[in-house]
Design a binder for this molecule. Structure first.
Ligand SMILES: [Zn+2]
Length: 66
């Protein structure tokens, strides 16, 4: 039996790709664009352009920080 030294090896053995991010894309309810997560917070900020050419600026607070 092969001994695994890292989670990366373990992942390879199980056919998983190394995780880049566990974050799911969060879509803006106002404009439908992908929102940007502010690291270490529970805040998602929408920086997509809206129809008027400005920044949407919609913010969403999730239940927990991650
Ligand atoms: Zn938006």
């Amino acid at each position: 039996m092969k001994i695994m030294h890292t989670f990366l090896e373990l992942g390879k053995a199980y056919g998983l790709t190394p995780k880049k991010s566990r974050e799911k894309d969060f879509h803006c309810r106002k404009c439908g664009g992908v929102m940007r997560h502010i690291p270490q917070t529970n805040v998602f900020l929408c920086e997509n352009k809206n129809e008027e050419g400005g920044v949407c600026g919609h913010r969403v607070f999730t239940a927990k920080a991650f």
